[in-house]
Design a protein around this ligand. Structure first.
Ligand code: SF4
Length: 373
């Protein structure tokens, strides 16, 4: 059976493992991202490439060391560099002497026929019933992960015993990853959601509410964002992540096929500050920050990889959004040189500022939010 791998992005390795297994491949999950992964990728990537590209390359090398013979990677179109990520990664690996098959699977709306030809070539089990069963099983897992994570952030900010939600989350990931039949997947998902609801919480607490916005990879991958959701949650902050894997598939991959105006609601919210789609999640970053201001969140944290063009565009207008709507924000720009101590110091300073802002009944100078890097 052909050993296939793919880059890490958050907990998506769990549904991807199921998907590839069901389609007749032998999935090789890259080892968890460590400093070694990052330095392996950084050594062979161009210095000013986006940070996620470097980490992906490190994933591939470590997966090849575990026997991977083929890499699967999503393609893309649009104004940012993601559109040529796949090709660039293929060439970098070849130049570095790695001989491995590289398949870039484009979004269905771009070249549907080409995508279908690739699916037939890559996956041994590609008949319609096989595809449907595989996608359904993987989707149920992805959906369970997103439902759990959403609620986990809410409960974690109020948990009586610090770390309880994170421990439960780790056990949930492990058991969902091992669940095979649909019945078992549903049993694990429902059982852990019930356990999460039963975690003892501090009833009187009124945690700070923060929205997490930014580039999708930095938002979804805890090992590059320094586990920001867990860290903030255990500091008593209710974190609302604005990007979930299943939402991204539903909107960016599927809705965009039949609704050419699917971005209109985002554009309408962001319009006073940003009038166009700028690639990646730049538009979402601005729109979700505006919403956070209107809905009286305590603050916003923007996560951006160093040199990310869409997030750089968003950064230019966030000071105006912050000033107009009195919403403090923090931008964290992350690359291979970012260190945990520096990130923690900024987060702690930002949380202090938010308490000050809340206590001064909204009178703080939001436009002077702590900025990153
Ligand atoms: S969104 Fe940013 S980091 Fe991601 S590929 Fe585009 S430019 Fe690079």
């Amino acid at each position: 059976m052909l050993k296939a791998t793919f880059p890490h992005i958050g907990n998506s390795y769990i549904p991807f493992r199921t998907l590839l297994t069901e389609l007749g491949l032998d999935p090789v999950i890259p080892p968890p991202i460590t400093q070694r992964t990052i330095s392996l990728g950084t050594q062979i990537a161009p210095e000013f490439a986006c940070f996620p590209l470097k980490v992906n390359l490190g994933n591939y090398i470590e997966a090849i060391e575990k026997g991977a013979e083929m890499i699967l990677m999503a393609g893309g179109v649009g104004p940012c560099r993601f559109g040529y990520y796949g090709e660039v990664q293929r060439e970098i690996l070849r130049d570095a002497g790695y001989s491995v098959e590289f398949f870039v699977l484009e979004a269905p709306k771009t070249h549907p026929r080409e995508l279908w030809e690739k699916i037939k070539r890559v996956f041994p089990r590609h008949r319609a019933p096989d595809l449907l069963r595989a996608v359904r099983k993987a989707w149920v897992k992805a959906d369970a992960l997103d439902r759990f994570d959403r609620m986990a952030n809410h409960v974690r900010a109020r948990e009586e015993k610090k770390g309880e939600v994170s421990r439960l989350q780790n056990r949930f990931y492990q058991q969902l990853d091992q669940a095979d039949s649909m019945g078992e997947i549903r049993r694990v998902a429902d059982g852990f959601l019930e356990e999460l609801k039963a975690v003892p919480v501090r009833k009187e607490s009124q945690p700070l509410r923060i929205r997490l916005v930014g580039e999708i990879y930095m938002v979804l991958e805890p090992s590059v964002n320094f586990h920001i959701e867990r860290v903030l949650g255990e500091m008593g902050v209710d974190v609302e992540r604005t990007i979930y894997f299943t939402d991204w598939v539903k909107e960016t991959l599927l809705k965009s096929i039949y609704d050419p105006n699917w971005r209109e609601p985002l554009l309408a919210v962001a319009r006073p500050y940003l009038k166009n789609f700028v690639g990646g999640h730049g538009l979402e970053t601005v729109a979700h920050t505006v919403e956070a201001g209107v809905n009286r969140y305590d603050g916003v944290i923007q996560l951006a990889p160093f040199t990310c063009m869409p997030e750089i565009v968003a950064m230019q207008v966030l000071p105006a959004v912050s000033r107009d709507l009195d919403i403090p924000y923090l931008t964290l720009i992350i690359d291979e040189h970012a260190a945990e101590a520096g990130i923690m110091t900024r987060l702690e300073a930002f949380i202090d500022l938010l308490y000050y802002h809340r206590n001064s009944q909204g009178g703080g100078k939001a436009g002077e939010a702590v900025s990153g890097y």
